[in-house]
Design a protein around this ligand. Structure first.
Ligand code: RP5
Ligand code: MG
Ligand code: MG
Length: 282
């Protein structure tokens, strides 16, 4: 498991700085290392309470989730393996975060997301030739990034897997919502958009499945994702799409892959994997 960083020693997001995580040094992250002073605050945002997509509070008598299993139509299985449940509360498989509760996450335990990584080669407009990076002499690859409304960070256009939804559906849906503003389009345009992305989304290669080092994670709720790569090699499918930010994205653009990018959560690791695969500039 990874050493999570973005969900430690920080102010909890979307709380106007009111919720501050308990300090967790690197050597106290693991649940097995004793930390007798550990006394984190408890926080579950009012924004999740009573929502149809969210769990009930664990103190609710009639709420008895089946941990580590498919619980009705809710997937409570972690991609990281079996997680522990202590005093009725699931424990973050990557260790302490300095916060008890659910924060702004809907589910106790794993919250499943999917991240589409859509790429094309950077080309010279007039000649249709690859552009090589001057330092590495390797061709530059570009991916579709969105700017998140909540944190302002640039990120992959990913989102939560709805209950009973296939991951393949989530990947397409979130791309269309966040990078193509599908929710604001007319029925006719929506059908056009679906048609336009069809070819590229046909062939995806899974490049990551597991825990996400997301700033919203807590000791009892965390993000997990399946990241899938869709490459438009000739650049004539998504390569020519009209990008338009929508839903919880406030910006969208093609970004050159580079190891120095600053991205949300641990999204940069996913791209590192792709750079090795396609032997592009990194
Ligand atoms: C990250 O949060 C995932 O990798 C995915 O990109 C995203 C899903 O959450 P929302 O965008 O729906 O907030 O952990
Ligand atoms: Mg979304
Ligand atoms: Mg999203």
């Amino acid at each position: 498991v990874m050493l999570h960083i973005k969900c430690r020693n920080s102010i909890y997001p979307r709380t106007d700085g009111k919720i501050i995580r308990f300090h967790v040094p690197d050597d106290k992250v693991n649940w097995n290392s004793s930390y007798s002073m550990y006394n984190p605050p408890t926080f579950t945002s009012t924004s999740v309470i009573g929502q149809p997509w969210a769990d009930l509070d664990l103190s609710t008598l009639e709420f008895n989730p089946n941990w580590n299993s498919i619980d009705g139509n809710i997937n409570r299985i972690s991609l990281t393996g079996k997680y522990e449940v202590k005093n009725g509360y699931p424990l973050n498989p990557c260790g302490r975060t300095g916060l008890i509760g659910r924060g702004v996450l809907g589910r106790w335990g794993p919250n499943h997301a999917a991240d589409p990584i859509v790429t094309r080669w950077k080309k010279c407009n007039s000649e249709n030739e690859h552009i090589f990076h001057e330092d590495t002499n390797k061709p530059i690859l570009q991916f579709v990034a969105i700017q998140r409304k909540d944190s302002g960070d640039w990120a992959l256009p990913g989102g939560m897997v709805d209950s009973n939804e296939l991951v393949a559906t989530t990947l397409k849906r979130e791309f269309m919502e966040e990078a193509m503003n599908m929710l604001e389009k007319s029925k006719i345009d929506a059908v056009k958009i679906e048609k336009e992305i069809e070819d590229v989304f046909k062939e995806g290669i899974e490049i990551y499945r597991g825990y996400v080092d997301d700033p919203r994670n807590t000791d009892n709720a965390w993000m997990e994702t399946i990241a899938t790569h869709f490459h438009d090699n000739k650049g004539d499918n998504v390569g020519i799409l009209k990008l338009n930010a929508g839903d919880d994205a406030v910006g969208v653009k093609w970004v050159d892959l580079d190891k120095n990018l600053k991205l949300y959560a641990n999204h940069l690791i996913f791209l590192d994997n792709i750079s090795k695969r396609l032997k592009c500039h990194w």
